[in-house]
Design a protein around this ligand. Structure first.
Ligand SMILES: Nc1nc2c(c(=O)[nH]1)N=C([C@H](O)[C@H](O)COP(=O)(O)OP(=O)(O)OP(=O)(O)O)CN2
Ligand SMILES: [Zn+2]
Length: 141
């Protein structure tokens, strides 16, 4: 688990759900500016996903915790991030990974009847480095 405080997202939804998950993956940032990160190396990524909504589904879930983990873990665990189509034309930095995770979760949420919203994704790449991604209003349209 992330073992740290979670930055709070301001919102007015009735319900807020948080899911922690982690996965192990390799990546490299093929730029001279990336220093040692230019070479292939691995991380255990720690992710926190925040979902908000006013309506629950028929069984009283905002979204099943398991579906969040399944979507991200199944996709990225024990993979090379650079090999995923979403990173074909961009580098798998922590920032862009957080944005991609947000998009994957948001797509799942939008396909449900109660349509909750992914409000925040935190990706911790190392014990000392993490990124918080929050969508802008226009990303939610
Ligand atoms: N803004 C970003 N900067 C860096 C990224 C990134 O994705 N976004 N990535 C890296 C490397 O991939 C590296 O794996 C992580 O770097 P860093 O935090 O420097 O890792 P260290 O464990 O060496 O950090 P210490 O502070 O020395 O513990 C680099 N930068
Ligand atoms: Zn790295």
């Amino acid at each position: 688990m992330m073992q740290q405080f979670y930055p709070a997202v301001p919102h007015e939804f009735r319900f807020e759900l948080n899911k922690d998950l982690n996965f192990s993956a390799a990546h490299f940032i093929p730029s001279e500016d990336a220093g040692q990160c230019k070479e292939m190396h691995g991380h255990t990524y720690f992710v926190n996903v925040t979902v908000g909504g006013d309506e629950l589904d028929a069984i009283g879930f905002l979204i099943d915790f398991k579906s969040i983990k399944k979507a991200i873990h199944k996709k990225y665990d024990h993979s090379v991030l650079n090999n995923h189509p979403e990173f074909e034309n961009k580098f798998p930095t922590t920032e862009l990974l957080a944005q991609q995770i947000w998009q994957s979760i948001q797509d799942i949420l939008q396909a449900t009847a109660n349509k909750p919203t992914c409000l925040q994704v935190i990706v911790r790449e190392t014990p000392t480095s993490y990124v918080v991604y929050r969508p802008r209003k226009e990303d939610l349209l």
